[in-house]
Design a binder for this molecule. Structure first.
Ligand code: BEZ
Length: 211
């Protein structure tokens, strides 16, 4: 059965480019991004992995650990890492799971047989510190992901986990937020000292609370 938001991210032990690791233990109290790509030595995947490596300071600033996966062997991962460094100008700085027996891919339903019955699609799972799934994304092999969008969503997830706000369309860190409709005006006045604007009774806008 497909994994849904709020489900516990299945735990696993896997061989990676940084040694064997147990997923939940490795995550510790951090947020996690588990993402699959179809295959080693392919062009789009090469650009994606370089981008994820370049974003290391952004993951660190958000207390996020990233981990990649494909159904290739550890030897292929290691050979390809050198190509990523050469072509993308950055060395891999996060683990890649060598899921040659598809154990993790099957646990997370990352192989979509009507798209391709051999390789993983471009899946993304964001996992919260409570190990529950906060976000899923699925892209086809032909389309590289936008990791800026992933960072944007993580900013929203982390903000809305701590404050009674939601984030509107195209929101970016620093933009105004929406007060959740379940909060009364009186409670909103107490919780949001910067104030809020009532556009409609259900649409109340306040400056980002953690700034
Ligand atoms: C790529 O990463 O370029 C790719 C991988 C599998 C199918 C199509 C493209």
């Amino acid at each position: 059965m497909a994994l849904r938001l709020g489900d516990t991210a299945p735990d696993f032990t896997a061989e990676t480019t940084q040694g064997t690791l147990a997923f939940h233990e490795w995550l510790g109290s951090a947020w996690g991004v588990l993402f699959s790509h179809p295959k080693e030595f392919t062009p789009v995947c090469t650009t994606e992995l370089g981008r994820v490596a370049k974003l290391e300071p952004e993951w660190d600033a958000r207390n996020v650990k990233v981990i990649g996966l494909s159904v290739d062997s550890l030897a292929d991962h290691e050979g390809w890492s050198a190509d990523i460094e050469e072509t993308q100008g950055v060395a891999l700085n996060f683990p890649l799971i060598a899921d040659h027996d598809r154990r993790v891919a099957d646990l997370y339903d990352m192989i979509h047989p009507n798209a391709d019955d051999t390789f993983t699609v471009r899946s993304v799972f964001v996992v919260g510190p409570d190990k529950s799934i906060k976000l899923t994304l699925t892209y086809p092999a032909s389309t590289g992901r936008n990791f800026d969008e992933l960072l944007r969503v993580i900013d929203s997830l982390q903000l809305t986990a701590d404050h009674q706000v939601a984030t509107p369309v195209d929101w970016k860190d620093g933009d105004d937020c929406i007060i959740v409709p379940t909060l009364s005006d009186d409670d909103a006045k107490a919780k949001f000292p910067k104030g809020f604007k009532t556009v409609k009774p259900y649409l109340r806008v306040t400056p980002q609370p953690n700034r």
